[in-house]
Design a protein around this ligand. Sequence first.
Ligand SMILES: Cc1cc2nc3c(=O)[nH]c(=O)nc-3n(C[C@H](O)[C@H](O)[C@H](O)COP(=O)(O)OP(=O)(O)OC[C@H]3O[C@@H](n4cnc5c(N)ncnc54)[C@H](O)[C@@H]3O)c2cc1C
Ligand code: FES
Length: 254
Amino acid sequence: MKKYDVKNCKILSAKQITEDIFDFIVYCPDFAPIAKPGQFAHIYVPGKTLRRPISICEIDKENNTLRFVFQIRGDGTRILSEFKEGMELDILAPLGNGFGLKDKEKKALFVGGGIGVPPLLGAAKHYGENATVCVGFRNKGAVILEEDFKNAGCSIKIATDDGSYGYHGLVTKLFEEEKPEIIYACGPTPMLKAVAAFAEKNGIECEISLEERMACGIGACLGCAVKLRNEENEEYMGHVCKDGPVFDYRKVVY
Ligand SMILES: Cc1cc2nc3c(=O)[nH]c(=O)nc-3n(C[C@H](O)[C@H](O)[C@H](O)COP(=O)(O)OP(=O)(O)OC[C@H]3O[C@@H](n4cnc5c(N)ncnc54)[C@H](O)[C@@H]3O)c2cc1C
Ligand code: FES
C-alpha cells in the first residue's frame, strides 16, 4: 500500500469569508510540491476520531502553501473554524487522484455549486483565460472566490437561487450555450447529473468530483463506497477516496 504522510502544518492566514465559510492558507512544505488540483487533505480535528476531508483549493508551489476553503457543516468543521493564524493543523495529504489537466490552450468549462466551488480554482487557474467558470450559490452572501477566478483570467458567470446576485436561477442554465472542449464539475448531485447530460449530448470530455462521506480517506475501509460503472457497462463498488474523488462522468452511477 502507498505510504501516506501526516504533518503538522502552520496556518499562515485564517479568514472568515462568509457567514459560515472559512479560508485558510497553510504552510505545507512536504505536500505543496507534490499536490495536484482536485486532490484533498484529511485534517485531524481535536476530539474527533475521524479526520475531515477538505479539498485543496489552491496550491502555491513557490511559497509551499495549500489553501483550504471550508464551510461549517457540523461539529468537526465548527472546531476547525476556531483555528487561528499561527496554530498548527495535523494534515494527511495529498489524497485522491485530482483533475486530469490537459493542454492549457483548450477551452475548459468549470461548473460548481456552493462549497463544491473551491476544488475547481486550482484547475481553472491552469486554463486561465481559456476557462469559463459557471457557479451557483444560495444568495449573494454565499458567493465565494469570484475575485480569485477573475484574477486567474477566467470568465465567470454566477447564478443565485434567490436572484440577489447574477443570474436568478440554476447554475445549469449558465452553460447551455457554451462550447467547451473539456468540462470539470463539483457540487450537488442534481447539478452533476445535468453537467453529465450536457457532456453526453455534446460529446465533450468531462470530469466530476464527488464529495462522499468518508472515514479513513485512504481506501482501507468502506466509508466512501460508491457505485461505479466499468467500460463493459458493469456496475461495481469503488472508493471515492482512492479511486476519486475525481471521476470520468461516464464511470459514475448516479
Ligand atoms: C473529497 C472531499 C472533499 C471535500 N472538500 C470540501 C471542501 O473543500 N470544503 C468543504 O467545506 N467541505 C468539503 N468536503 C465536505 C466536508 O468533508 C464535510 O462537510 C465535513 O467532513 C463535515 O464534517 P463535520 O464534522 O463538520 O460534520 P458532521 O456531519 O458532524 O460529520 C460527521 C462525519 O461525517 C463526515 N461527513 C459529513 N459530511 C460529509 C461530506 N459532505 N463529505 C465527507 N464526509 C462528510 C465527517 O467527515 C464526519 O466523519 C469534502 C468532502 C470530500 C469527501
Ligand atoms: S474513506 Fe475509507 S475507504 Fe474511503
